[in-house]
Design a protein around this ligand. Structure first.
Ligand SMILES: Cc1ncc(C[n+]2csc(CCOP(=O)(O)OP(=O)(O)O)c2C)c(N)n1
Ligand SMILES: CC(=O)[C@@H](O)[C@H](O)COP(=O)(O)O
Ligand SMILES: [Mg+2]
Length: 642
């Protein structure tokens, strides 16, 4: 398809010069651009197809060069990027140095917050509105587009409560497409399903509602009776009682693909005083039939071609190794088959965690809490207290939501909850909101928690049963990567609390690796050995308790000890080694820490990012050679500091 209109849109102002027919054509062009992107790379797809009309309507009715807008969850941002001057760069989305796949304030003033984590939009929009009012900027409107998957997050209800208390002019658009990544779950899901049965909002309904508001209120039982009748009628009128009872004005439901109707309703709610919720029904995948039929698969699909008949033809990907996620889910499955006390929890990431088989075969021991990580951890603590063995299977970055419950409900009570942190390390194209690079630091902060990381797939297979049989809280982490299996000279040594695995001892240099960069360390060792360096590797396996016996032996005797981790250097594994050495009275001049630097890492291909940060075999070789050559320079006196 030739793009006729999209290249002409350099700002949302340009939308206002188009006719209604052109708006419809623009919607088709945006959908085509979305399809073209997923032919080239994995990207968020079905959600974006669903918000095309909503995006155009919002930019027609509001002026977001001053009004406030947050897309939540932020992966629905692609059409917004196209109409806010970024269509020329759109093909670079999610590439290194290209557009980010989430809102990015560094890219455009139309993006206000990076919203890769779901649910905070109502709070931030309320905050901006409150500050704008205090700063006499009160003509700015404030809008949060909230997905129905994001809705159950606890923080959303904290914000609703606060917004109603403050009675702020705030518009929440509930983008209801019946889906998170997976089908939505829980009581709210059922509530919204029922609301789906309601007819679309129309003028008649508004008139009836207006009449209801005029029902005279008289004293005593008559007043109560009329009020009950009014409530009952209102329930019949729409499915928004929940929101109304919380202090929001509810309008809807409206058809999220009828541009004309959307504009009309947005105009209607734009100037309503007080917090308002506009309920919009959209179809996840709208405009591409395979995505409508299987929105889970097309949430963020692998690249595919489109047939002339509109089918998606997957591109062959060649022999793909099992990912760490697959090894973890299979091992969890095996544990559940062996031990009926083991239960597993996911926070709306059943697909991402690859837990479908477990959900289907052990439905009574599988729990999807929705996007409610904080609750999931406290819920797991409750189950552990009553004698079950919960595995909390959550991405490292999203588990940050649970920090306080890891502290109070799990660590402080010393309960046997297993934290299985997927996507630990750099997550590639999702970028800084999704990189899981803080968990070594936050997990080690709490007494009682045992902190582990598998060095390869065999370790992971052994660590999960070890963890479910451990009497106390325990965490393990693995990245979004193929699960390699390292070749060991000795037999695989079983997991033992606080014991590392010495893969090879070197008298000059030792690499101490914590986690899945172990195979890269071994590649570096192989190369450096050929250069005549006596170098070895320790697979640390435990951060806490640290294997001080073995690791401090290396610090004491080797010229160089390099710690390696895919976690921030601030307070991570390398810091643990430094602290232990210091406590043992050892010099740490010979310890070099490699990990994620103290800044947020951008999006891009994971291997590319690791290479840039020196966290692959080439980088390790470079660092070790540099450090050893500095030593030689110092020894020969050349360049030595006086
Ligand atoms: C705190 C948090 N947990 C988990 C996720 C992973 N996640 C990304 S999108 C998504 C579903 C969001 O559903 P919804 O907001 O309804 O968006 P839709 O894809 O339906 O448009 C989930 C669970 C996340 N982004 N943030
Ligand atoms: C928006 C979001 O958070 C998810 O869609 C995320 O992009 C999924 O990442 P994975 O593909 O690693 O599961
Ligand atoms: Mg949704």
């Amino acid at each position: 398809m030739e793009y006729e209109l999209l290249p002409m849109i350099s700002s949302p102002q340009d939308l206002k010069t188009l006719t209604e027919a052109q708006h419809e054509k623009l919607a088709a062009e945006i959908r085509e651009a979305l399809c073209q992107i997923v032919e080239t790379k994995p990207a968020h797809f079905a959600s974006n197809l669903g918000v095309v009309e909503l995006c155009i309507a919002l930019h027609l009715v509001f002026d977001f060069s001053k009004d406030r807008l947050i897309w939540d969850t932020g992966h629905q941002i692609y059409p917004h990027k196209m109409v806010t001057g970024r269509f020329p760069q759109f093909r670079t989305i999610r590439d290194r140095n290209g557009l980010m796949g989430f809102p990015n304030p560094n890219e455009s003033p139309y993006d206000l917050f990076m919203t890769g984590h779901a649910g905070a939009s109502v709070s931030t929009v309320l905050g901006m509105k409150t500050a704008d009012d205090l700063l006499f900027d009160d003509d700015r409107k404030a809008v949060a587009v909230l997905g129905d998957g994001a809705l159950p997050s606890g923080v959303v209800f904290e914000a609703f409560n606060n917004a109603a208390g403050l009675n702020k002019d705030l518009l929440v658009i509930l983008n209801d497409n019946k889906m998170g990544i997976c089908p939505r779950v829980g009581g709210l899901a059922e509530y919204l399903d029922k609301a789906r049965a309601a007819p679309f909002y129309n003028g008649l309904k508004r008139d009836v509602a207006w009449v209801l508001n005029k029902v005279p209120m008289v004293g005593g039982s008559t007043k109560k009776g009329l009020s009950n009748v009014k409530d009952a009628l209102k329930t019949l009128l729409h499915g928004g009682m929940l929101f109304e009872q919380m202090g929001f004005r509810y309008v809807g439901p409206v058809d999220g693909h009828d541009l004309k109707s959307l504009r009309k309703h947005l105009e209607m709610v734009k100037d309503i005083k007080g917090p308002t919720l506009l309920h919009v029904f959209t179809d996840k995948g709208k405009g591409f039939q395979p995505a409508c039929e299987d929105p889970v698969k097309f949430h963020s699909p692998s690249p595919f071609d489109r047939s002339e008949e509109g089918f998606a033809i997957p591109r062959s990907k060649g022999g793909k190794n099992a990912a760490y996620t697959d090894v973890a889910s299979e091992t969890i499955y095996q544990q559940m088959a062996k031990d009926d006390k083991v239960v597993v929890l996911t926070a709306a990431m059943c697909a991402g965690n690859n837990l479908g088989k477990i959900r289907d075969e052990f439905p009574e021991r599988f729990f999807d809490t929705g996007i409610c990580e904080a609750h999931a951890v406290a819920f797991a603590a409750g189950m552990a207290k009553s004698g079950m063995k919960p595995i909390v299977d959550i991405y490292s970055t999203f588990l940050q939501r649970s920090f306080d419950h890891i502290f109070q409900e799990v660590a402080l009570q010393n309960l046997p909850v297993v934290f299985c942190m997927d996507r630990a390390g750099l997550c590639g194209p999702d970028g800084p909101t999704h990189h899981g690079v803080f968990d070594n630091t936050y997990m080690r902060a709490f007494p009682n928690i045992t902190v582990m990381a598998p060095g390869d797939s065999q370790d992971l297979e052994a660590m999960i049963p070890f963890a479910t049989n451990h009497d106390g809280p325990i965490s393990l982490r693995f990245p979004k990567a193929n699960a390699e299996s390292v070749i060991r000279e000795e037999e695989f040594s079983p997991i033992e609390l606080g014991k590392s695995e010495v893969i090879r001892w070197g008298s000059e240099v030792m690499i101490v690796s914590f986690g899945a960069l172990l195979p890269e360390c071994l590649k570096a060792v192989e190369k450096l050995q050929k250069d005549g360096i006596d170098i070895g590797v320790i697979n640390a396996r435990f951060l806490r308790p640290l294997d001080t016996e073995v690791i401090l032996e290396a610090v004491k005797n080797c010229e160089l000890v390099v710690t390696v981790e895919e976690n921030t250097l601030c307070g991570g594994f390398g810091s643990v080694v430094l602290e232990a050495a210091n406590e043992a009275g050892l010099s740490t001049q010979n310890v070099c820490r490699l990990g994620i630097p103290d800044r947020f890492v951008e999006h891009g291909d994971r291997n590319e990012l690791l290479a840039e940060l020196g966290l692959n075999a080439v980088g390790f070789i470079r660092t070790i050679r540099d450090r050893l050559s500095n030593r030689q320079v110092k020894e020969s006196g050349v360049g030595a500091v006086e």
